[in-house]
Design a protein around this ligand. Sequence first.
Ligand SMILES: [Zn+2]
Length: 387
Amino acid sequence: MLFKEVVGQSEVKHKLIDMVQSEKIPHAMMILGPEGNGNLALALAFTQYIQCENKGEVDSCGVCGSCTKNQKFIHPDVHFTFPVVPKKNESSKGPPISADYIVDWRSALATDSYMSVNDWLQNIGAENRQGNITVRECHEIIKGMNLKTYESKYKVQIIWLAEFLKEAGNTLLKIIEEPPADTIFILIVENIDFVLNTIISRTQLIKVNAIDDEDVRQGLLSRFEMDEPAARRIARISDGNFNAALTAAGGQDSDNDKLLHKWLVCCFNLKNKPSATNGQNLFEWVEEISKIGRENQKIFLKYALFFLRECAHVSMTGKSEKLEGEELKFATGLSSKLEPEHFETLSQIFNRLYYHIERNGNPKILFLSNSFRIASVFKNEEVILEG
Ligand SMILES: [Zn+2]
């Protein structure tokens, strides 16, 4: 991957390029930042730049033998580790390792290096099983790093989502502290709370923020034939997560604002104006949301979270830089009636619902049961919601 293919993040790109040019590449680094911000894309571009045989000032050449192999993720001096699950219907030959899924991995990277861990795990048929980086995989890493380099000066070991190492990370402490010559460990982490302190202290930390809205917008326009307002609309709800932006761009451009408005009105009425008609309205709404498909439901929930954040913003500052027209009117009305703890509760409901939708939960049951949860937030509140 070329640096120019990585969306935004120009400051980090400069830092990485500078490390190579000044020959100050740490032997172990941790790229830390939230999902969808391009951590993995940056690691891939950095690796390619390190190994490029004809590198320029700001990017790899993209055409040398090394670049060609890196672009296909088949360079013999680049090793990948990522969370996996045991393969189904296969006689057990020990705990799963990344090599079992290397073909799927290469094809996933070729499609989207901004994928979330859940995208990846669903892709390899994990369903509800948790991904893992096993002790057996750690031994494979040690074996690989002790091999001589084949073609390049450096061997690179990328560990995508080192938080999945859990206690198995102890196996790697020694090699990360005293790696064989010309070895570079790149650990990618989204949630540092789950990484062993002994690992963190042995790496150089590179923090990567969420992507700027403007860079997300430009990234979308360079990849899709879409109009400017649509790109801007998606950028503002994606919250710097390019994976979410890609999902939204590939989904149907539905009226999520109207859909959300209708839902909250249904939930409010359910508690405050109970009637057969209002109950029927909620059932119809659930039917409607169930038909749009899982990916669009996820986009809808991202929108709901975005809208809630903006409501909280309006509630605190009296204004929003991201909402306008009817959306702003609705947000102003809603935010003036909700207490801070209500934002928290609603946000937890939307997040939990997203989590279960993503893991193939039944949308009808999930949206219906969570409608009752939302309704209970509105209970006894003087919240005026006009449908
Ligand atoms: Zn090259």
